[in-house]
Every structure is written in C-alpha cells, then in structure tokens.
Design a binder for this molecule. Sequence first.
Ligand SMILES: [Zn+2]
Length: 89
Amino acid sequence: MTIYWDRCDLCGQYRPTSKCSLFPEIMVDVHCCFACPHREGKCKTPVWRVETLIQPQVSRKGLSDREKEKLLKELTTLLKGFPETITYE
Ligand SMILES: [Zn+2]
C-alpha cells in the first residue's frame, strides 16, 4: 500500500491519502475512508484499515562490543586528517 501526503478528494484536506479501493479514481484520507457508508457493505477491502494504522514495533537492538569497536575504528579513520584543517580559538 502506498500512502501519499496529498489532498483528499472527498474533504479537500491535505493529509496522508491512499487510492480508494472502491473508486480507484479518487484519493481518500483515513477520516473519510472510515466515515464512508460503503465500508459496511459494498467495500470489501477498504484501503484504510485498523491493521494498516498499527505499525509493527521495530525492535532496537544495542550494538555488540565487537560492533562498537568496529564503528569506533571507522569513525577514528574518518576523523584522521581533520585536526590540521580545523583551528579552535
Ligand atoms: Zn477526507
């Protein structure tokens, strides 16, 4: 599903919009999609669903000691050569 920050064809507000499942020629935002009377009938797969709004949690793992050391080495390498060009007063 592709979400565009665009103008909703129904209410005219600039919001994240997506192509309507029932009428592909219109772009609809989440508010108008949920308020649509076709949700309970004709529209079997509304483009905005509760599941699409709940993003899966991204787990943030800490770096291992080995990764930290590697990163530090890379940064140190990048910094080499810079002190000569920068003067602090
Ligand atoms: Zn709208």
